[in-house]
Design a protein around this ligand. Structure first.
Ligand code: HEC
Ligand code: HEC
Ligand code: HEC
Ligand code: HEC
Length: 406
């Protein structure tokens, strides 16, 4: 190597070092100056990068029903007049609509006429919630619902499950994070995101925080034990004086230990199947709806002896049995409430008998409600649906028997 060559090489290396150094410093400095990338709450942000997923997400606004499920909002009070007696004295006796797609979550919670205890109700309805929580801390829970709902813009969006990194799974609902820590097992990867919201919860009467009653486990007995121990009631039935619990959408709990769960399937196995686009490329469906609408992709890979119609018929007939038993339990509960109310009004019932009957009423109603409020009409675990309803019917009958004998 000549002197000149050496000189050129060294100059070149110095140049490279300066260039790299400059860029590194610049990057470092700008990183310090620029704030963290802000929260990407708008699902449209991802439409070019993940067009198929984005299009499937938009399908959550589709109307379209199956025999027992689907996106149309059913007015439960019209469909089941019994609930104005069962939930008497509580908001759900005045207004109760069935659930629909994720894109409606914010709109629907705002439009619902039932009084909202606080802004914590937004936790499962809007991807803005985490931002509001970071801003206001735990004061947020008891803040005015309407005011906070005005500060929120988006319903459930990509951010709710991925934060800014689609493909990674994140928990963004603060109370779910706390709830998950109470469990002595880990919720499965493909169900954990859904279990942020599709579970039973209650609202702490003092702080208005959302709490998952998971101390003893996830069955109805575990919840009953938890609420009994706290002497907790969502409300007291005005005519019978029974302290009652309202169950909310316990999909995860219902599904757990079902035959499909034991096979290792998570929520996404049925509700987020792999679909093909027009070019024959596969993508993960983000249309959260009745899996009977995607039965080919969701079910037929295993249920090879079925076609789309026959598996829907099979499920529907099993759902019909659950529906019939749900109504039977409801009718018995109405009968019990009416008879007990008369006795309470007449004042001709011994205190200890009254206590016993109210206790049976509370236990019968929580079991019925667990199945009624769960959104799959038994499909997630048919055997459990029947077991809880059978217990409910049995408890209500015991209570009626006691009333008759006393
Ligand atoms: C083995 C398949 C399967 C798995 C796994 C599964 N589901 Fe479902 N799910 C169903 C079926 C079937 C229905 C009933 C659909 C109908 O009535 O048309 C349903 C209904 C629902 C509904 C009501 C939908 C509607 O249209 O009314 C919700 C919400 C739901 N499931 C959530 C979940 C969650 C959350 C999980 C995980 C804990 C889960 N599902 C796991 C099969 C499944
Ligand atoms: C309710 C929760 C939820 C929301 C909201 C959500 N996702 Fe997902 N997403 C999931 C889950 C769960 C998986 C994992 C599915 C699997 O592994 O089969 C996933 C997977 C993905 C993947 C990886 C797909 C692959 O092939 O492995 C991408 C990319 C993605 N989501 C993008 C998005 C975008 C974009 C949005 C908004 C338009 C969005 N997601 C909204 C739950 C969600
Ligand atoms: C941030 C809370 C949240 C998360 C996370 C979430 N959901 Fe939902 N989901 C809701 C709410 C709220 C509704 C009802 C929206 C309405 O009625 O306006 C709903 C509705 C649904 C429906 C339609 C119900 C019907 O009767 O039409 C299905 C199906 C569903 N979710 C499945 C899932 C699955 C599967 C996951 C996980 C991949 C999931 N959800 C994650 C809150 C959530
Ligand atoms: C990974 C394979 C697999 C997939 C996917 C699957 N199933 Fe199943 N399913 C099974 C097996 C295996 C059983 C029998 C389990 C048992 O008896 O323990 C079963 C049982 C059932 C039963 C009877 C359960 C009961 O409680 O009586 C119904 C109904 C059913 N499946 C419907 C569906 C529907 C609807 C879908 C799609 C939404 C689906 N399955 C998806 C494997 C699967």
């Amino acid at each position: 190597m000549t002197k000149t060559q050496k000189y050129i090489l060294i100059s070149f290396l110095i140049l490279v070092a300066v260039f790299v150094g400059y860029n590194f410093t610049r990057q470092f400095m700008t990183q310090e100056r620029e704030p963290q990338p802000s929260k990407i709450l708008d699902p449209a942000y991802w439409q070019d990068k993940y067009p198929d997923i984005y299009q499937s997400y938009l399908r959550n606004s589709n109307e379209g029903d199956t025999e027992f499920g689907g996106e149309q909002q059913i007015d439960y009070i019209k469909k089941y007049p019994q609930i104005s007696v069962l939930y008497e004295g509580f908001g759900f006796s005045k207004e109760y609509f069935s659930a629909r797609g994720h894109v409606y979550a914010l709109e629907d919670v705002i439009n619902i006429g039932r009084p909202k205890p606080g802004a914590s109700c937004l936790a499962c309805k809007s991807s803005d919630y985490e931002r509001l929580y970071n801003k206001y801390g735990e004061d947020l829970f008891a803040m005015d619902f309407v005011q906070m709902a005005n500060e929120a813009k988006y319903p459930i969006t990509c951010y709710s499950c991925h934060r800014n990194n689609p493909g990674e799974l994140h928990i963004t609902v603060p109370h779910a994070e706390i709830g998950f820590k109470q469990l002595d097992f880990e919720i499965e990867r493909g169900s954990k995101n859904c279990a942020q919201c599709h579970v039973e919860y209650y609202i702490d009467p003092d702080t208005k925080a959302i709490v998952l009653p998971w101390k003893y486990g996830l069955t109805v007995e575990d919840y009953e034990r938890y609420f009994d121990e706290k002497n907790f009631a969502d409300w007291v039935h005005p005519r019978t004086g029974t302290p009652l619990i309202k169950i909310q959408h316990p999909e995860y709990e219902m599904y757990r230990d079902s035959p499909h769960h034991r096979l290792g399937m998570d929520c996404n196995a049925c509700h987020m199947p792999k679909m093909e686009n027009d070019q024959g490329e596969t993508y993960v469906s983000h249309w959260w709806t009745s899996p009977l609408k995607t039965a080919r992709e969701s079910c037929l890979g295993c249920h090879v002896n079925h076609d789309e119609q026959s598996i829907a018929d099979w499920v529907n007939s099993k759902q019909q049995e659950v529906e019939d038993k749900t109504k039977e339990a409801m009718d018995l509960l109405v009968d019990l409430i009416e008879k007990l109310a008369v006795r309470v009004e007449e004042g001709n019932i011994e205190d200890d008998i009254l206590e016993q009957v109210r206790n049976l009423h509370r236990r019968a109603q929580i079991r019925w409600d667990f199945i009624f409020a769960e959104n799959s009409t038994g499909s997630h675990h048919f055997a459990r649906a029947h077991a809880y309803l059978d217990e409910s019917i049995d408890l209500a009958k015991q209570a009626l028997q006691i009333l008759e004998n006393n």
